[in-house]
Design a protein around this ligand. Structure first.
Ligand code: ZN
Length: 145
């Protein structure tokens, strides 16, 4: 494959040779473009908000490419009506005294900058069975261990 794509020129050349050398299984496999089914491309996207910790670690399969696209945005952050810093962003921590201060007003929020990372991971999965068993002669396939 060149640049992640199938090399159709190579497949056409192989098809000519399969016809010339009279290899019907290979000829059928190439004419049916079965090689298109042999590779599956998987794309996974994820948006992650960075919370001040700018380091991240991940592990992935070999052959997987990961691209990250950072962007700045804003998000709404809950503000405690009493101004308690420990309650910032955590309305569940506010208690009765906070609610008394808030009164009938709606929950106070303010916007703050946040860094978002848009991640795209791309991996190719090869169906090796499709490449080998469909080309194998019936006798070979029968005696496979
Ligand atoms: Zn509070």
């Amino acid at each position: 494959m060149a640049a992640g794509l199938h090399d159709h020129h190579l497949y056409l050349s192989l098809l000519e040779e399969a016809r010339y050398f009279q290899i019907p299984r290979l000829q059928s496999w190439l004419e049916g473009e079965r090689y298109l089914e042999a590779v599956t491309v998987s794309l996974k996207t994820m948006v992650r908000e960075m919370d001040g910790n700018l380091s991240a670690e991940t592990s992935t399969l070999a052959g997987t490419t990961i691209k990250c696209f950072p962007s700045w945005g804003t998000k709404k952050v809950y503000i405690c009506p009493r101004g308690t810093s420990g309650h910032r962003g955590r309305p569940d921590l506010c208690g009765r005294r906070c609610e008394q201060v808030r009164g009938d007003d709606s929950d106070p929020y303010e916007e703050e900058l946040c860094l978002r990372i848009f991640t795209v991971s791309k991996s190719k999965l090869q169906a090796r069975d499709l490449c080998s068993s469909s080309l194998r002669s019936p006798t070979e396939a029968r005696y496979k261990v």
